[in-house]
Design a protein around this ligand. Structure first.
Ligand code: NAD
Ligand code: LMR
Length: 325
């Protein structure tokens, strides 16, 4: 039998955690042949609720689920873990931007990064979901000196999926016919959803839509979709966020399809003019459990302006948490 993979979920009794744990246990993230042991982390006041989640997971009798560790202790929670999904953090309410959460949420990610550094598998892959995801990812990676920054990524797959869905609806295409969508920058209202390399059934997507719709409707719609959902639901996206987290890790581990790419928040390295020191979403291909930033894309003046705006916001977020880095 394949040895079980250890998967940690922080905030496992929260809304996203509740949607995530069952799908991971069912094999949606690592595949139908990979058993898993779930490490469910919570804060002490939520351990009662977490025990209920554990009971329900057990009651599913999932064939791939080979154990559950439920804990508020980060040492135990990240012990030997192969994949960590850092979800546990406050969500924003109506009228807030995600960056407003940095003072409360930023301090969660330093200790977790350190606990990952000290206890997890040296090959661990980390996905940060808790907002503001890019900067929390930067904090976690900075607290894990034994690990490579490339092992820490932030989630912009939800934005990527939202952009595909909006474009599919506008062009009467199916999401599976759309390739090479790109989200640049921050998981925030400054992100830049870019269709300039995007194809629909192999043909240029930009030729299928009006430039006015792209600039005035599509870009703001994707940028503000999280707030639209909070307005409608009274709570932030949960099932779609969990689904995107599963997509992110599955793609990282199992690879991108030929001819396509995905978007991931990854450590900036000077590529595309984005200097080190922030976590910036870029188009990546994945193979053999690793990612490669798509090289040599042409960047128009329009794109550069938007990339600069989202980079500036990330540099401001970084400045606000300099003491945590
Ligand atoms: P929630 O309030 O329903 O659940 C959060 C859970 O985290 C709670 O159970 C809480 O007890 C727990 N928690 C808090 N601090 C913790 C810690 N230090 N260790 C472990 N657990 C801790 O919130 P939610 O709807 O599940 O959202 C979680 C986070 O994900 C929020 O910050 C939200 O804004 C963010 N989010 C990000 C994306 C994205 O695309 N990156 C999408 C949706 C939501
Ligand atoms: C989202 O994009 O849905 C999440 O980041 C939640 C939020 O605050 O918008």
């Amino acid at each position: 039998m394949t040895a079980p993979a250890r998967v940690a979920i922080t905030g496992a009794a929260g809304n996203i955690g509740y949607a995530l744990a069952f799908r991971i246990a069912a094999g949606d993230m690592l595949g139908p042949d990979q058993p898993v042991i779930l490490h469910l982390l919570e804060i002490p006041p939520a351990l009662g609720a977490l025990s209920g989640v554990t009971m329900e997971l057990n009651d599913c009798a999932f064939p791939l689920l080979h154990g559950i560790v439920g804990t508020a202790d980060t040492g135990e929670g990240f012990d030997g873990v192969d994949y960590a999904l850092l979800v546990g953090a406050k969500p924003r309410g109506k009228g807030m931007e995600r960056g407003d959460l940095i003072a409360d949420n930023g301090k969660i990610f330093g200790p977790q990064g350190k606990a990952i550094n000290d206890n997890a598998s040296p090959d661990i892959r980390v996905l940060v979901v808790g907002n503001p995801a890019n900067t929390n990812c930067l904090i976690a990676a900075s607290s894990a000196p034994k690990l490579d920054r490339r092992q820490f990524t932030a989630m912009t797959r939800l934005d990527h999926n939202r952009a595909i869905s909006q474009l599919a609806e506008k062009t009467s295409a199916h999401s599976t016919e759309i390739a090479r969508m790109t989200i640049w920058g921050n998981h925030s209202a400054t992100q830049y959803p870019d269709i300039s390399n995007c194809t629909i059934e192999g043909a240029a997507a930009a030729d299928r839509v009006d430039d006015g719709w792209y600039r005035e409707t599509f870009i703001p719609k994707v940028q503000k979709r999280g707030a639209e959902i909070i307005g409608a639901r009274g709570a932030s996206s949960a099932a779609s966020a969990a689904s995107a987290a599963i997509d992110h890790v599955r793609t990282w581990v199992h690879g991108t399809p030929d001819g396509d790419w995905t978007s991931m928040g990854v450590a900036a390295d000077g590529g595309y003019g984005i200097e080190e020191g922030i976590v910036f979403s870029r188009p990546v291909t994945c193979a053999d459990g690793d990612y490669t930033v798509v090289p040599d894309l042409d960047i128009s003046d329009f794109s550069r302006e938007r990339m600069n705006a989202t980079e500036a916001e990330l540099r401001e977020e970084r400045a606000a948490v300099e003491d945590l880095l």
